[in-house]
Design a protein around this ligand. Structure first.
Ligand code: FAD
Length: 382
């Protein structure tokens, strides 16, 4: 077994880290307080290839794999989870759904500008009444003169307000339950399509989370993505990859919180000594780093499997997402504790990691749902 990164992967990590520290870190708190979505960053992310990490160069991407994708998300999230989430939803949900299930014409039309970062993507599965039970989708699509009309509303769509391209799931045959939901690609400006309420959030405040509304939204036949009725089933495969990116997001934030806590512990003096000299603090730091390393192994294992391409990695991506997100919540909690009262104050980064990281136990399937997915796999139920 070889756990080492290649020189190219090390170079990518250094480049993304330098980028995040110079272009993102100085603005993190300002963006968070204002809930500002940093559109101005997208061309810079695109220039680095980060808007199309996992797509072939022939489709406008960077031609890299999931290992490199995890490195990139991890390094962005170490500085700001919101930017990591924006990039993750764009790459592994929207663009990857079109790349995996679109026909050649759709891939040329949508994947190329998305992977080049000329367009921003979002992916809408969740509805107010269909969250964990996404098969309970109520948005409908009916055939109308050579195309489709969509009606309904999606909630909690990352990038929903700013996206140029939206992949959305809608019921096309309610008799067929989960095999009666189809995927559609909708462009900004399509008649009857508009972003709705922008959510005001606990954390990840520089990431956009919005409602997406379809009111007699007309799309041509050519915008049906994949086979009719298979959109929900295909979404589950899209989520296998997406969950690796949420695991990477959690890992990056855990690493950032840990580094902030370790540095604080070395500098903060109480009782005439640095608090890092107290065994109680040392044990916290030792546990935090051990948990992060264990999570890292699961996340990179899932990424390595995803790069094999010929095998399903549902169980491993769910395990990585479950473990990394729970570890990240615990590490961020301990980071606040190590900062004492200053952990509660916005002058220090610990409180923001604590708020941001909670999303990772919820988005792309809650921890409870990951456990269901893992249990189904291990008990052999499909
Ligand atoms: C910031 C943010 C960004 C998001 N981005 C996107 C996006 O881009 N696209 C998208 O489609 N969605 C997105 N989501 C939605 C997210 O995936 C859902 O919030 C999530 O799947 C949970 O659904 P829910 O919120 O309806 O909770 P519910 O499903 O109502 O769950 C409530 C609680 O019940 C538990 N529960 C539910 N069912 C079961 C069960 N069978 N067994 C045990 N426990 C259960 C859950 O684990 C949870 O604790 C986003 C959400 C957030 C907060």
């Amino acid at each position: 077994m070889d756990f080492s990164f290649t020189d190219e992967q090390k170079h990518l990590r250094r480049s993304v880290r330098e980028f995040a520290e110079s272009e993102i870190a100085p603005h993190v708190m300002e963006w968070d307080e204002a809930a500002h979505f940093p559109s101005e960053l997208i061309p810079k992310l695109a220039e680095m290839g980060l808007m199309g990490v996992i797509f072939p160069e022939g489709y406008g991407g960077a031609g890299l794999g999931y290992i490199e994708y995890v490195i990139a998300i991890e390094e962005l999230a170490r500085v700001d989870g919101s930017v990591g989430l924006t990039v993750a939803a764009h790459n592994s949900l929207c663009t990857n759904h079109v790349y995996k299930f679109g026909n050649e014409e759709q891939k040329r039309k949508y994947v190329v500008p998305l992977a080049q970062g000329k367009k921003l993507g979002c992916w809408s599965l969740t509805e107010p009444e269909a969250g964990s039970d996404a098969g309970g989708t109520r948005t409908v699509a009916v055939r109308r003169s050579g195309g489709w009309a969509l009606n309904g509303a999606k909630t909690f769509t990352t990038n929903g307000h700013y996206a140029d391209v939206c992949v959305a799931m809608a019921v096309t045959d309610k008799e067929k339950s989960s095999h009666g939901i189809s995927a559609f690609v909708i462009e900004r400006g399509a008649p009857g399509f508009r972003p709705g309420k922008k959510e005001n959030k606990l954390g990840m405040r520089a990431s956009d989370t919005s409602e997406v509304v379809f009111n007699e939204c007309r799309v041509p036949e050519g915008n049906l993505l994949g086979a009719e009725g298979e959109g929900f089933i295909n979404s589950l495969q899209v989520l296998d990859g997406g969950r690796i990116s949420i695991a990477a997001l959690a890992l990056g934030m855990a690493q950032g919180a840990f580094e902030a806590a370790a540095s604080y512990a070395r500098n903060r003096k109480q009782f005439g000594r640095a608090i890092a000299e107290f065994q109680a603090i040392q044990f916290k730091l030792a546990d935090m780093e051990t948990q992060i390393e264990a999570a890292r192994l699961l996340v990179y294992q899932a990424a390595w499997l995803a790069d094999r391409k010929d095998i399903r990695f549902t169980r491993e991506s769910s395990m990585a997402k479950l473990y990394a997100s729970e570890v990240a919540v615990s590490v961020a909690n301990e980071a606040v504790q190590i900062h004492g009262g200053y952990g509660f104050i916005k002058d220090y980064p610990a409180e923001k990691y604590y708020r941001d990281v909670k999303l990772c136990t919820i988005g792309e399937g809650t921890s409870e749902i990951q456990r269901l997915v893992i249990a189904r796999q291990l008990l052999g139920k499909k």
